[in-house]
Design a protein. Sequence first.
Length: 242
Amino acid sequence: MANFVLVPGACLGAWAWEDTALALRKQGHTALPLTLTGLAEQAGLGGPQTDLNTHIEDITAFVEHDDLRDVTLVAHSYAAAPVTGAAGRLGDRLARVVYVDGAPFAEGMSMMDLIPPQAAERLREQVAASGDGWRLSFETVLGLSSSTDGLDADRLDVLRARATPQPFGTYTQPLTGPVEPGADVDRVLIACHDFTRLLDAGLPMLAYLSRSPWRRFDLPTGHWPMVSAPVELADLLGKAVS
């Protein structure tokens, strides 16, 4: 049985993983959802100083404080950035890293590098005008062309109601090393509609994800599978560690 540490994407907290975590526990696994600083029940701890390093430290401290071993670290979307940083720091505690609709970050890369320049400039303007200079709204994240496939009106309402603004420093700060996990760490990708389209388009920068040591699983749903298909996501996670 595996020890899952589940890290949510932008604007979300541990609450987003509740149904997937429950399904994993029914399979006999340990499933530990994590809320990052500045989000959900940790919103009051966030501020202009909250950045990518903060979230990397959140993840590494969570694993080390609980003395977790044989960890399967799961990143959804934005969490690919801090999980990449944490994976390079956790040493032999880490057994596996799983990216859900996302991919590892290269050293020196930031979330803003993934956004076209004009859209990135609009993002900065919105944060400055309506986010006190450091809060990125969920509606803005939702508008970045992420697929809502599989989310009915009720589930989308839940996302909107429970999401909290993302500390913008986590998007603007580049990732610093180390970023490479150990050579024996298992590497898994779960691609939903957004990422499946990118992979199937044959983009050279993503070609490595289709080669060993990577293992790919496709999940036919939108960008928030822990909400739109939580049990199916748990099934794939269980398959990835079997």
